[in-house]
Design a protein around this ligand. Structure first.
Ligand code: E4P
Length: 246
C-alpha cells in the first residue's frame, strides 16, 4: 500500500484591524504592535469631529497599513461608483467599502470590469447568501457584520465557517473580514477561517484581559514579595566579564 505525502499547508496569518477614526487610538494600538490596518465606517468618520477629508487623511497617516472607507448611500449605482473612484484615487491604501444591496453588487461588478486593480469590499453583510453574491461580483473583501449581529440575536452568529467552505470550494479569493466583539466570538471567527478581524478599541482591550490571568499574576507577585520584598531581577545587560556558562 502506498501513502500519499501530507500536503504542505501554506500558513495564513489572520490580520487584526482597528475599527476607528481616532488617530490617537490608532497610534496606541499601533504602538502595541498588534494591528495591520484600520477600518472606518460613516458613523466613525462622522464622529471624528473634523472635515471628512481631514479625518480620512489623519486615519491614513496613523494606520500602519490599508484603510477601509465607505461610500455614502446604497440605492443608486452611479453615485456609488463615482465615490469609489474618488476614494481609490485619494490613496492607494484605501479599500473602498460598498454597501450590500442590488446597487452595491452591481457597482462592484462594473468597477472591477472598469479597473480590476481597484480594491473593493462589500459591507454590512449579514448572511451566507449575501457573502456568496459578494464573491461572485468579484469583491476583494466581504465585510461581515457577525459581531454586531451577535449582540442582536439569541443564537451565536456562526456564518464564517459556511462562507469559508463555499469560498474554498468555489475558488473565490475574496477575503473574509469579521467585525469582532467579545473574546469568545473572536476565537470562533478566527478558528472558522476569517482572514481579517476588525475590532473597536473598547473590545480590543478585552482581548488582553482575563480575571484568571490577573489572579495568577497577583499570586506570583505576593509569593515573590514574601521572599524578596520590592526587589526585581537586576536591569540591563551583564558586563562581559560576568557572563558565565551556567
Ligand atoms: C467593520 O468594518 C465596521 O466598520 C464595523 O465594525 C461595523 O459597524 P458597527 O460595529 O458600528 O456595527
Amino acid at each position: 500500500m502506498t501513502f500519499s505525502k501530507t500536503k504542505k499547508r501554506t500558513p495564513k496569518v489572520m490580520q487584526l484591524f482597528l475599527d476607528s477614526s481616532d488617530p490617537k487610538e490608532i497610534l496606541t494600538a499601533r504602538e502595541w504592535g498588534v494591528i495591520d490596518g484600520v477600518t472606518t465606517n460613516p458613523s466613525l468618520i462622522a464622529r471624528a469631529g473634523t472635515a471628512m477629508e481631514a479625518a480620512l487623511r489623519a486615519v491614513l497617516e496613523a494606520s500602519p497599513g490599508p484603510v477601509f472607507c465607505q461610500v455614502i448611500g446604497w440605492k443608486e449605482v452611479e453615485p456609488l461608483k463615482a465615490q469609489a473612484r474618488w476614494l481609490s484615487a485619494f490613496s492607494n491604501r484605501i479599500i473602498v467599502k460598498i454597501p450590500m444591496s442590488v446597487a452595491g453588487i452591481t457597482a462592484v461588478r462594473q468597477l472591477k470590469q472598469e479597473n480590476p486593480k481597484i480594491k473593493l469590499a462589500v459591507t454590512a453583510v449579514s448572511t451566507v447568501a449575501q457573502a456568496f453574491l459578494v464573491a461572485k461580483a468579484g469583491a476583494d473583501v466581504v465585510a461581515l457584520f457577525n459581531g454586531p449581529l451577535d449582540l442582536e440575536q439569541d443564537e451565536p452568529v456562526q456564518i464564517v465557517a459556511p462562507i469559508r467552505a463555499i469560498y474554498d470550494r468555489s475558488g473565490f479569493t475574496t477575503k473574509i473580514l469579521s467585525a469582532g466583539r467579545f473574546p469568545r466570538s473572536f476565537g470562533e471567527y478566527a478558528a472558522d477561517g476569517t482572514d481579517i478581524i476588525t475590532i473597536r478599541m473598547e473590545f480590543m482591550k478585552q482581548l488582553f484581559e482575563h480575571s484568571f490571568t490577573d489572579k495568577r499574576m497577583q499570586g506570583f507577585l505576593s509569593d515573590w514579595q514574601k521572599a524578596f520584598g520590592d526587589k526585581t531581577w537586576p536591569a540591563g545587560a551583564q558586563p562581559a566579564a560576568n557572563r558565565k556558562k551556567r
